[in-house]
Ligand binder design. Structure first.
Ligand code: GDP
Ligand code: IMO
Ligand code: MG
Length: 427
């Protein structure tokens, strides 16, 4: 059978996908990012050093692993080169990076449109999404409007220039109507051709390659970015990202078929966070508790530095992610962040118009009138960061994990008690 696994953020992102992907990548031949771009921020720690990856797959720390940025991604070439340099400065020089020739390029106008739309929506209706302003939405819009530029065309300078001409013809009309700066072809071409030349050796066909090595029995890990509740299809629309961070998008985002994606591991933070606007049904109102969790868990955005909103764990959310992504095992992270709490709550259902529901409503408007139902569990009030096995966990911490497992009906196979690679434990 194929040795493939996808790592999925089961909440609103920042669940510790980078940490768990790096841990699993110690035994992976290939790690693949298949959606999103540098809106992702995946933090990894080992040997006393901390790294933040944006585009680059978390297999980059295993010199034996090949790291593919597959066709479903949108990639900012300038920022990718910076990211590579940053790794080199920290001594990670052997990147083993490949970029799919079908991945799309993010250009400066994507970032500007992203910011402008947010600004306009906020001014007029007070409804900005709180995007990362990395141009992700506008880049995917161009892809679907068929005016995007793929890496295969980007590195062929003649094709790049003619595609850019066509794209800017359309874009400039839009930019003008928005009262924004318009671009001339040479302005972008002259800068971006240098990035194209630098990245050119990394660009190649990847779908055929992946299917071949999977058939050969190589271990392939697909690393999701964001989280299921930020999915353009299954998330809390419109407060979502512009791609699908679910297992369903692995085939499309890689050029494989669904038969190649057999195992899906959900990454679950032992509470909930969200950056940006939108529903968070278990948001903690007690400022003392939420700021305690924020400080202990260092809950500030890896990409934007924004303080993350804090909520209790929500098993309605988890069951939704399990269903739409076929999660067959769970890794639970940041349990140590709850070490000092007297009591810990779990949201398990919502009340809507006097009826109890346990699914994620399709309309964002509904969230204003939802009331969440909670179970309260006793805290363990002990430092668990040095725990190295299940049996060493205080009984209250074991019970908390077992209760989650009971509520969601999926096995928790890994638990994590600190940011370091070594603080990751198989149960
Ligand atoms: P990702 O986007 O899903 O990869 O997650 P982020 O890296 O954005 O956010 C997760 C944060 O939690 C990072 O700062 C990690 O270093 C940290 N982290 C991961 N697992 C643990 C854990 O078990 N305990 C603690 N204290 N921190 C953790
Ligand atoms: P990782 O991979 C947390 C959020 C943004 C915003 C919404 C849309 O680190 O878990 P976008 O820039 O994608 O158009 O923003 O999605 N968002 C994330 N939140 N973690 C992420 O990635 C995120 N990527 C996007 O804050 O609410
Ligand atoms: Mg993150």
């Amino acid at each position: 059978m194929y040795k493939t696994k996808v790592v999925i953020g089961a909440q609103w992102g920042d669940e510790g996908k980078g940490k768990i992907s790096d841990f699993l990548a110690q035994n992976a031949d290939v790690v693949v990012r298949y959606q999103g771009g540098n809106n992702a921020g995946h933090s990894i720690e080992f040997d006393g050093k901390r790294y933040a990856l944006k585009h680059i797959p978390s297999g980059v720390f295993n010199p034996k692993t090949l790291n593919i940025m597959a066709q479903g991604m949108v990639i900012n070439p300038k920022m990718l080169l910076d990211e590579m340099k940053e790794l080199e400065n920290k001594g990670i020089v052997n990147h083993n990076l490949v970029i799919s020739d079908r991945a799309h390029v993010i250009f400066p106008y994507h970032l500007e449109i992203d910011s402008k739309l947010e600004e306009l929506k906020e001014k007029k209706y007070g409804t900005k999404i709180g995007t990362t302003k990395k141009g992700i939405g506008p880049a995917y819009e161009d892809k679907y409007a068929r005016v995007g530029i793929r890496f295969g065309d980007f590195i062929n300078l003649k094709t790049f220039k003619s595609r850019l001409k066509e794209t800017l013809f359309i874009k400039n009309m839009f930019l003008k109507s928005m009262g924004m700066k318009q671009y001339n072809v040479d302005e972008i071409f002259n800068e971006y051709k240098e990035y194209a030349k630098k990245l050119s050796p990394l660009v190649r066909e990847t779908g055929l390659y992946l299917s071949k090595i999977i058939e050969e029995g190589k271990v392939v890990l697909f690393e999701g970015a964001q989280g299921v509740l930020l999915c353009i299809e299954n998330g809390t629309y419109p407060y979502v990202t512009s791609s699908s961070p679910t297992a369903s998008s692995v085939p499309l985002g890689t050029g494989l078929s669904p038969k190649h994606v057999l195992n899906a591991m959900g990454i679950v933070k032992s509470y909930t966070t969200r950056v940006g606007a939108g529903a968070l049904p278990t948001e903690i109102e007690d400022e003392k508790i939420s700021s305690h969790i924020r400080e202990v868990g260092r809950e500030y955005g890896t990409v934007t530095g924004r303080p993350r909103r804090i909520g209790w764990l929500d098993t309605v959310v988890l069951k939704h992610s399990i269903r739409v992504s076929g999660l067959n095992e769970i890794a639970i992270t940041l349990i140590d962040v709850l070490d000092d709490l007297e009591e810990i709550k779990i949201g398990y259902s919502y009340n809507l118009d006097g009826k109890e529901i346990d699914f994620i409503p399709g309309s964002n408007e509904v969230y204003d009138s939802l009331k969440t139902n909670y179970i309260t569990m006793p805290g363990w009030k002990k430092d668990i960061t040095k725990v190295t096995s299940w049996n060493e966990l205080p009984i209250e911490a074991q019970n908390y994990i077992l209760k989650i497992e009971e509520l969601i009906g999926v096995k928790i196979t890994i638990f994590s008690v600190g940011p370091d690679r070594k603080q990751t434990i198989y149960r």
